[in-house]
Ligand binder design. Sequence first.
Ligand SMILES: [Zn+2]
Length: 634
Amino acid sequence: MELAVKALILLLISVAGVGLVTAAEPTGKPPFRLLDEPPLGNVKLNDAFWAPRIEICREVTLPYCFETCEKTGRIENFVKAAKKEGKFEGIWFNDSDVHKVIDGAAYSLRLHPDPVLDKTTDEVIAKIASAQQDDGYLLCFFILGDASLRFKQIHRPARHELYTMGHLIEAGAVHYEMTGKRNFIDVAAKLADHVDSMFGPGKKMEVPEHQEIELALIKLFRVTGEKRYLALAKHFIDQRGNADGHKIYGPYSQDHKPVREQSEAVGHSVRAMYNCMGMLDLYCETGDEKLLSACKRIWQSATHRKMYVTGGVGATRHGEAFGKDYQLPNATAYAETCAQIGLIHFARRLFMIEPDGEYADVMERILYNSFLSGLSLSGNKFFYQNRLASKGDYRRKHWYGCACCPSNVIRVYPRMGQFVYALGESVVYVNLYAAGTGKLSIGGKEIILKQETRYPWDGRVLLTVTPPEAQTFDICLRIPGWCRENKTPGELYRASGAKSTPSLKLNGKAVSLETLEKGYSRVSREWKPGDRLELDLPMPIRRMRAHPKVKEDAGMVALQRGPIVYCVEAADNGGRVSHLSLPAASKLTAEHSPDLLDGVTVIRGKAGEHELLAIPYYAWDNREGGEMAVWLKE
Ligand SMILES: [Zn+2]
């Protein structure tokens, strides 16, 4: 009887022409996550800073990545794999770039529907789907190569078999969530089912040596409600650092001890960040406190002792890894763009579990500095490493053999609006300041929150609150760390210079900022349509000094104004900068240059006889090559 029912359900599903996923339902907000971000597209930015960049990403970077994946044989590999003919081209994990480009395209399609992009995306998905094996396996390198080695080289550095599959699974789930189309998620689910049939207790017990599939499986679980995917992600997370069942890879892959016992940000920086993202996603589903507390310890290690003033992490080229505490070389800084993106997502996840301005402060520091530097103003050149000093010999490139970074930045830009707010049952957190309009669901009603500001060049922000009718809820405004503290967490950087005094008015009346709640000013009231909050975050120029243990920066100073960290570049300073020093007494002034580097506020001062001009760090290397320095001798 039971079998007959199952058979009938399967028949109905096959008649409907759909796979397993239809039967399942999205899981909604995870039980142990306090906050949610607004759905993509509900926050529209129309500012002069992010909105043009989001457009450049959509109009230049995204098509450029599709084209380059085509030109470099990455897409053709799938066509060859479908026919089992021809030679695999490129690095073993090149499939992952194509998956990530689809992931970015899906976000972009939700933000900005575009039939041409939709068609291109579907064509590429069809090529990927055609390469999928009957059992669900999908990785071109082993389809076109030695099939007997499938899942036999999990331990081999950079084979990245499960990592690459993870990117397909994540992209499939995102594409379905953003477009409602099933063409990619069906491939993803079939692949996930295959991995599930091969790994787990009583089956293969290895863990991927590069994390990604863990968070991808949880994403697929959330979109489909299929619990097996959550269980498999938990298996991979539990199994990391567990010598019982696989040969330990060591700290390079965060496999030196069980994840719940880890405390330090170690090893390959992208893996370390993706590892924490997976752990926090699992925490949100299970409430396993040990996962959360381990992530909080790793967060402190990464951001209190191992982070550049630009927000960069993963200091050393050797192993693309986190260095020791306070080991932060400038000219050889690795700070891979993917690691910056990982830390943004690590910060977002922690914030939505335990709202704290420290997480949003770090997210902001990365976004405006070491993330933004990863892409040229033109939108088609990329940094892999985000160094803090240069002789002019390291420049952005149009592409890389290992193209993880280009295909990663396009997954962030379309989501910028989402990062601005976080929503609770009767609270909205304002995490970032950028002109635009948000449609935010609070207490089942749609609140319109409009921001008018010239941030990040000017710290005055006008927020207009429009509930459909009078409604009681809280608005928590982030008072950024740079505006209220003279140090960053862990005292890794100390600021001097004029202290900023933030102020807030509600409908013209002053609101005290004496007492903050973890960096937020909470305004609770019955909001009426047209209520106005005026926030003023003054932006004096601040001289930053690193912790005395950061030997590389001893006796040196970096400049920061608002969230923007500055650098000096040869192009503005007579062709050289390495000899420049900035005396403590030198008066510094800020001035907006609308025609320079797409519009930037520059800093001017005297370095001895030299008229020094500093530009935002993110904007360097967009003209002729030459020296650059963030830290200057004082
Ligand atoms: Zn990368």
